[in-house]
Design a protein around this ligand. Structure first.
Ligand SMILES: Nc1ncnc2c1ncn2[C@@H]1O[C@H](COP(=O)(O)OP(=O)(O)OP(=O)(O)O)[C@@H](O)[C@H]1O
Length: 596
């Protein structure tokens, strides 16, 4: 895409959010024409005043002074209006650019959200986004405004020798190339350090993370991480400092050169024109020479900013154009499972996992209302399988069909409305106790009785009553009057959150890992009565629940190692029996164990 069309595309994106601010944009265009005209007029009147000092009467001089004041005040008023419009549009445009990005993130495919390239681009864009909105538009206006002024000044300087204009212009051209070179160097530093910047931000967040505060103290990690942070900090800053120093030396040297040349020109002007030159002409030409360079620098700076933005705008568009998870083919509404979920020859690999399949050739089916447990050692692929079944990854091989329809063709909105989940690392939001529960379906009308019933089912009704502000207590001690819950209490909140949603297919990824075995038993009894007609898939390392499910899937290295109910797997004398035997004392089940 050419630079012009990139800018056009970006401006039309910005403008599409501001159809109502037509007046503001029209005002900016009008102002960018009238301000330089007035400023050149001011210069012209200054010349007239200078020329009148010796030759004209007092009244003419007073009139000219009045005209000069009016021109000056009007241009100040216009500059003020210009600034007021910019003040109004700056946050609005920033808001719309950020909002577009946030909304895009919500629609991105899970696979993009787990890709480091996406995050590198995000960090770049989030850093420069404040420069891409109104500052870019201002630079475009300022570029044309300064061009207009410089043209006016060239007219004023027309009587000087052409070489003077050429020298002035050549300094500006030199400035332009220097700025361009530094922009390029800055960008390459930015590209090279974006991963380090992200790591630095991640490490610095560790110091503010309440959940890690204890671990950092006990393992005495503060020193280790602050050393790491310090290396990362200087790893990012050192190349910038060295570049900034080079830039400063060069820019100031050029500026000093310019000042010397300006001085030389004025001397030449005086020596060659004395005593013919009038005071007015001398004032005009000397001001024009100085202002010419100032304006030429503004042209360079605005151009440099436009040029720099042109480097980042494509990254913004790359993010905006990342594939979304809602292709047109997803038209089949899902109103709940009627018959079964069938998984045929399912294989999956992560983009960054060295071509190694995390799931290989998985085959099984789940009938409506069945309760399934998926067990297996760490890293055997359980969570990945769950994410595929929930439709979070669509780049798998094989088939996942809900009632015969491929999951990749189900309408996402209706499908997600019917799916409930508790992830291993579920959200612990700094919101009130009640908000933490109703988050799973915020569109549902508020029903206090329903919420209380759910709290009773999840054994947290008493807890909610004992909190300082009851249901309104903020579950985060970092905030005023906030409090925290234990790991097990948080898991009960997550269960309550899942119950609150009227889901039809339920996925639980280790929902009770932090709950004591007795409460776990009670919770599962309740869960099975709650989910009587629902289809549930539970991932767990604690096999107590497996005695109550219809089917157990035992996974190893991304494949299904065993499948069946508790009795048949115990008779198998395989992996399942081995894991179960190691845990059965938790469930008082020693007596039930028959020799294989
Ligand atoms: N986003 C990812 N990118 C690359 N590899 C991943 C990603 N997520 C998981 N893996 C890898 O896939 C394999 C299976 O992980 P998964 O989380 O599915 O296992 P699991 O059986 O749920 O483990 P656990 O019982 O510890 O939760 C692991 O080797 C893991 O390192």
């Amino acid at each position: 895409m050419s630079n012009i069309s990139t800018i056009k595309k970006f401006l039309s994106l910005v403008y599409s959010h501001y159809r109502n601010s037509k007046l503001g944009f029209a005002g900016l265009i009008l102002l960018s024409i009238s301000i330089p005209v007035l400023q050149n007029t001011h210069l012209y009147v200054t010349e007239k005043i200078g020329n009148s000092l010796l030759s004209e009467g007092l009244s003419t001089i007073i009139i000219l002074l009045l005209v000069q004041s009016i021109v000056f005040i009007t241009s100040q008023v216009l500059l003020m209006v210009n600034k007021l419009i910019e003040n109004k549009l700056t946050p609005q445009i920033l808001f719309s650019l950020e909002q577009t990005l946030i909304n895009k993130l919500a629609r991105l495919k899970m696979i993009s959200l787990e890709d480091s390239h996406t995050y590198n681009k995000l960090i770049t864009v989030r850093r420069v986004i404040p420069q891409l909105g109104m500052p870019l538009i201002s630079s475009i206006f300022s570029f044309f405004q300064s061009l207009l002024m410089v043209s006016g000044m060239i007219y004023i300087l027309r009587n000087l020798h052409w070489s003077i204009i050429c020298i002035l212009i050549s300094f500006s051209v030199l400035n332009f190339f220097v700025t361009r070179m530094f922009n390029k160097l800055q960008l390459s530093i930015f590209d090279k350090t974006s991963e380090t910047i992200r790591m630095k931000e991640y490490v610095s967040q560790l110091f503010y993370n309440r959940a890690l505060a204890g671990e950092l103290k006990i393992f005495n990690l503060h020193h280790f991480f602050s050393g790491k942070w310090s290396n990362l900090f200087w790893g990012v800053e050192e190349p910038n400092i060295s570049l900034s120093n080079k830039r400063t030396y060069l820019i100031y040297s050029i500026q000093m050169g310019i000042n010397l040349v300006q001085l030389a020109m004025l001397l030449i002007l005086i020596i060659t024109s004395y005593p013919v030159i009038s005071v007015g002409s001398f004032l005009l030409v000397s001001q024009a020479i100085v202002q010419f360079q100032g304006r030429a620098n503004e042209i360079i700076n605005s151009f440099a900013h436009i040029h720099q933005s042109l480097v980042y705008i494509p990254t913004y568009f790359e993010l905006i154009n990342l594939p979304e998870e809602k292709p047109a083919s997803r038209t089949n509404e899902f109103n709940g499972l009627k018959h079964q979920i069938s998984i045929t020859n399912l294989s999956f690999k992560y983009k960054n996992s060295n071509e190694k399949s995390v799931l290989s050739n998985i085959n099984f089916s789940i009938k409506k209302g069945e309760k399934i447990a998926i067990v297996g050692h760490n890293g055997s692929g359980k969570t990945t399988l769950l994410k595929c079944l929930m439709g979070l990854y669509d780049n798998f091989e094989g088939e996942i069909n809900y009632d015969g329809i491929s999951i990749n063709q189900l309408d996402i909105q209706t499908f997600r409305k019917k799916v409930g989940v508790i992830f291993q690392s579920f959200g612990k939001y700094p919101l009130s106790f009640e908000e933490n529960i109703i988050l799973s379906d915020i569109s549902k009308p508020h029903d206090r009785n329903n919420i209380n019933n759910i709290l009773t089912e999840c054994k947290i009704f008493e807890l909610s009553k004992n909190l300082r502000y009851g249901h309104n207590t903020i579950l985060s001690p970092e905030f005023m009057n906030g409090t925290d819950l234990s790991g097990g209490e948080w898991q009960k909140i997550a269960l309550a959150r899942m119950y609150y949603k009227d889901a039809d297919v339920i996925f639980l990824d280790e929902p009770t890992s932090a709950i004591d075995p007795i409460s776990e038993n009670e919770i599962f009894e309740k869960f099975f009565s709650f989910s009587k007609d629902k289809t549930s898939i539970v991932l767990t390392h604690r096999l107590g629940i497996c005695r109550k499910v219809d089917k157990i899937i035992v996974m190893e290295n991304g494949t299904i190692k065993e499948m069946g109910d508790h009795e048949s797997l115990m008779n198998n004398d395989g992996l399942y029996r081995k894991i179960y035997e190691s845990q059965m004392h938790w469930y008082g089940d020693e007596k039930q164990l028959a020799p294989a």
